[in-house]
Design a protein around this ligand. Structure first.
Ligand code: N01
Length: 514
């Protein structure tokens, strides 16, 4: 791409008079989504872009989540880029180090690493109507970009529970996504708060090493068996020799997982066999009826993420482990007191309490036309056109934002769909010579309506659970509530009719008139 989006050599100074680097495209984040965007830009010859990364390495959530047992619960043949298959996956469900190494390798192989600005935490991004550019302030300098792509991720910023006294705790506190590998928990009295996807991986990984393990459960999870196995060397050789085989397996995995959507979003009766599988798994693994009852959810399977594990229940049932369901009354400097009045001495407290998903912190930092932040515009719920663009925020595209989440399949599929859409938007700007591309409020309203319509009667809304899939108003603002191939179809190319474009060179103020 030689002259995609209007570029003018306007010298500028950023906040505090600091020099500003001009780029065509600034991408926030270098996880799966940011890297995919960077790779796509590179592949079409664009070199004038940066990936602003607050950490010192690529990888996003796979760089950050280094807790013991961290692994993917989607098979690697599917949970990887379609354009970069890896015949050498060591297991069917890869562990965090292998996925992180894959991302590092892929970033280097596609020449994206050199576009990363590490240590660049985006503190503010402001649209300037006169310049028709984004001013992006980071901890590693200021940038001015024609187009801003937020790939900051939904599982990026941990949530810390507001439990009385938590700030007085004198032992070690670690969020699962901020694991301190230098801290040795061997022989300690350890408490884990949470029973989500992260907790059920960390619990069995640490249970054999600690003196005692207390799991504080607010809501039990439905857990199904994990069919994980090492990939034999001959199979890896075969994948290398016959790449089509890996593609075929990917296709099979994708198709079989889409069947879950039938039960989750169309007809809940289809979830019954999955529920029976989970129940049988629990009955097989937990003999104690009291513990089994405490671990049995009272909501429809699929309402919260279905978890996969073969070793979570045995770990909770181990002699050194205890499941506490009474709720936490308070945390004291060296102990935790549950609501039934029992005080348990605690050396290390692990918070497997999830992430800011429905209140994305990046939304507080991005200011569109008129100076309002995305968070302010989204006060009544996150609204977008096609989960990618927001009216009043010209030349901004979101990846892994509202209503692209999936609980049943690979997020990478959704990311690739979104990147193709943004890529088409950039091409449109190039071919039409546009300086500004902005979606309309009408398109947003229609997308919101579509999501609400598709969400009606789904297990996420009607399954009888509370989950981070729903926002504070009870709206589904996180999940794509249909087959993922339908999302891909709807975002295959830019819906140009839903955008207002301002040609390069048009006088200032044209935006409002358009
Ligand atoms: O977080 P969660 P997670 N007091 O929000 C509990 C992805 N992921 O990090 O259910 C007591 O799911 C909360 O209780 P409740 C995946 O998309 C993927 O585990 O709200 N408890 C819940 O049990 C996943 O969905 C992989 O009642 C409190 C837990 O903390 C997402 O990350 C692996 C509490 C939070 O569960 C998040 O998973 C790991 C409080 N104040 C994660 N606050 C893959 O394999 C919260 N809880 C791809």
């Amino acid at each position: 791409m030689t002259s995609t989006i209007e570029t003018q050599a306007v010298p500028s100074l950023g906040a505090g008079g600091r020099p500003t680097r001009d780029v065509r495209v600034a991408v926030i984040g270098s996880g799966f989504a940011g890297l995919a965007m960077g790779i796509t830009l590179r592949q079409r010859g664009e070199t004038d872009f940066v990936l602003l990364e607050r950490a010192e390495d690529v990888g996003g959530t796979w760089r950050d989540n280094v807790y013991p047992g961290a692994a993917c619960d989607v098979q690697s043949h599917l949970y990887s880029y379609s354009f970069a298959p890896n015949p050498d996956w060591g297991r069917s469900y890869s562990e965090q180090p292998e996925i992180q190494a894959y991302l590092q390798r892929t970033a280097a192989r596609y020449g994206v690493r050199e576009h990363c600005v590490f240590g660049a935490d985006v503190t503010a991004a402001r649209w300037d109507d006169d310049e028709r550019r984004w001013h992006v302030t980071t901890t590693a300098g200021d940038f001015r970009a024609r187009v801003l792509v937020s790939a900051a991720g939904a599982l990026a910023d941990p949530t810390y529970p507001a439990i009385p006294g938590i700030e007085t705790f004198e032992g070690t506190v670690m969020h699962s996504a901020r694991w301190d590998s230098s801290h040795d928990i061997s022989g300690e009295k350890v408490a884990v708060i949470g029973t989500g996807a992260s907790a059920i991986q960390v619990v069995p990984a640490i249970q054999p090493q600690v003196e005692s393990l207390t799991v504080y459960q607010r809501t039990p999870a439905w857990v199904v068996p994990r069919t994980d196995h090492p990939v034999k060397p001959w199979a890896r050789r075969l994948y290398r020799m016959v790449p089509g085989l890996q593609r075929a397996i990917r296709g099979l995995l994708y198709t079989s997982r889409e069947f879950l959507v039938l039960g989750m979003a169309k007809r809940r009766a289809f979830l019954k066999p999955v529920g029976r599988l989970a129940k049988a798994h629990l009955e097989r693994q937990v003999r104690d009826p009291k513990l089994r009852k405490a671990l049995t959810p009272d909501y429809t399977i699929g309402c919260k993420r279905i978890l996969i594990s073969n070793d979570y229940f045995p770990a909770v049932a181990a002699p050194n482990a205890e499941l506490v369901t009474a709720g936490i009354a308070e945390i004291r400097p060296r102990s935790i007191v549950s609501k039934d009045g029992i005080e348990r001495p605690t050396d290390t407290l692990i918070l497997a309490t999830g992430f800011h998903v429905t209140d994305l912190p990046i939304a507080e930092k991005i200011r569109g036309r008129g100076g309002r932040t995305l968070a302010e515009v989204w006060e009544d719920g996150m609204v977008t056109n096609r989960s990618a663009a927001v009216a009043g925020f010209p030349n901004l595209f979101l990846l892994v934002g509202p209503n692209v989440g999936v609980g049943h399949t690979s997020m990478v599929y959704m990311i690739e769909s979104q990147v193709a859409y943004v890529d088409d938007a950039l091409r449109t700007m190039e071919t039409e010579g546009l300086a500004v591309l902005e979606t309309t409020p009408e398109a947003q309203a229609a997308w919101r309506e579509l999501i609400a319509e598709k969400s009606k009667g789904t297990v996420w809304l009607a399954g009888g659970c509370a989950s981070w899939y729903l926002d504070e108003h009870g709206h589904n603002s996180t999940l794509w509530p249909d087959f993922t191939f339908r999302f891909r179809k709807l975002t295959r190319s830019l819906d140009r009719e839903n955008y207002v474009g301002v040609p390069a060179g048009a006088p200032a103020g044209t935006e409002e008139a358009a």
